[in-house]
Design a protein around this ligand. Structure first.
Ligand code: ASP
Length: 341
């Protein structure tokens, strides 16, 4: 089935690039190049549902901006205007899949599933994993059991919820983990979908229009010996928001903390997250630790990791959200799944 076929119940394959579409280039290095039509043609067997292909762009996801991610959200909303669409599969690079999938999840206001997938081996490798991942993702996107579950990521047979998703391995075919929110189910090689757990049931946020502009949000890390130079540079560069990747439960040090206080008094929103894989940011320590960061006006991200904190903060700033509400949204969305229900 192609974009010109008559409408009937179908899944849309929205292609954005990534390794799943990459081939060796004459210029050197693998480049995202295959179209959605080529990806679909690579499926050896027939798909579980009829598929219509929509190309957004062909880019490595390490090149995407938040504006590109918003463009993907806009395209998803456009294709869901067709009532014949059962669900959407987004093929995407794995590097920043956790960012785009989270942004779509935050703004998804439709019961039909959006399922992200990709590949670790390029399309022209000896053993590409893309076709199998794509075929399983199509089975999930068309499954009635996946409805009302928000945005899912189907990879190497496992289904993950988008919040909490992390790329956890640079090369393994099992590229993803979700240490805080767990998995949402599995898909067999023959396309049987089993979904478990309940969605968090949080209200979707609006998608900003082009008039929102692109407020700068920077990510700055705390590490042994870090001083305030990089944080200061972010403020000087005009950052409206900064995600501070703290150590442990969300700590910085006595040099970073006063710079955070200066930034927040100047109206910059600072969110404290952590480089640790699981567990919440909790303001405990003084001497430049998390308790001092909170006193300096930083907002603890709860369970939201730096990559997804950057996405949530970028979205809230585009929506013109007041600082007190930004803190509330991080508290609501950064809770453990048990507390959210
Ligand atoms: N390694 C990445 C991928 O799997 C490259 C990218 O994110 O585009 O697609």
């Amino acid at each position: 089935m192609t974009a010109t076929d008559p409408p009937a119940a179908h899944v849309v394959l929205l292609a954005t690039g990534g390794t799943i579409s990459s081939r060796a280039s004459a210029a050197g290095g693998a480049i995202a190049s295959d179209t959605g039509g080529q990806l679909f043609a690579s499926l050896g067997s027939s798909a579980s549902f009829p598929v219509r292909v929509v190309d957004v762009f062909q880019k490595g996801s390490y090149l995407l901006t938040v504006d590109d991610m918003i463009a993907i959200c806009v395209k998803i909303k456009e294709v869901l205007e067709d009532p014949q669409v059962l669900g959407v599969v987004v093929t995407h690079g794995t590097d920043t899949m956790e960012e785009t999938a989270y942004l779509v999840d935050l703004t998804h206001n439709d019961h039909r599933p959006v399922v992200f997938t990709g590949a670790q081996h390029a399309a022209d490798s000896a053993s590409p994993d893309g076709p199998d991942n794509l075929s399983r993702a199509i089975a999930v996107a068309g499954s009635p059991d996946a409805r009302g579950r928000g945005v899912l990521v189907a990879f190497a047979g496992t289904i993950f919820p988008a919040p909490g998703l992390r790329k956890s391995h640079t090369t393994s075919l099992n590229a993803f983990a979700n240490p805080d929110f767990g998995t949402a189910g599995h898909i067999s090689a023959t396309g049987e979908v089993s979904i478990q757990g309940a969605p968090a049931g949080l209200e979707p946020l609006p998608l900003p229009g082009p008039e929102a502009g692109s407020p700068r949000v920077d990510l700055v890390a705390a590490y042994p010996g870090a001083d305030s130079t990089l944080l200061h540079a972010a403020v000087q560069a005009g950052a409206a928001g900064i995600v501070l990747q703290g150590t442990g439960s969300g700590n910085a040090n006595a040099k970073l903390c006063p710079e955070v206080a200066a930034a927040t008094s100047a109206g910059v929103i600072v969110v404290t997250s952590t480089r640790v894989d699981a567990g919440a940011v909790i303001p405990i320590y003084g001497a430049g630790g998390g308790a001092d960061l909170r006193a300096a006006g930083a907002i603890p991200s709860g369970l939201i990791r730096p990559s997804q904190s950057l996405v949530l903060l970028s979205l809230l700033l585009r929506l013109g959200t007041p600082p007190t509400r930004i803190a509330e949204v991080f508290a609501e969305r950064g809770r453990s799944p048990d507390q959210s229900r």
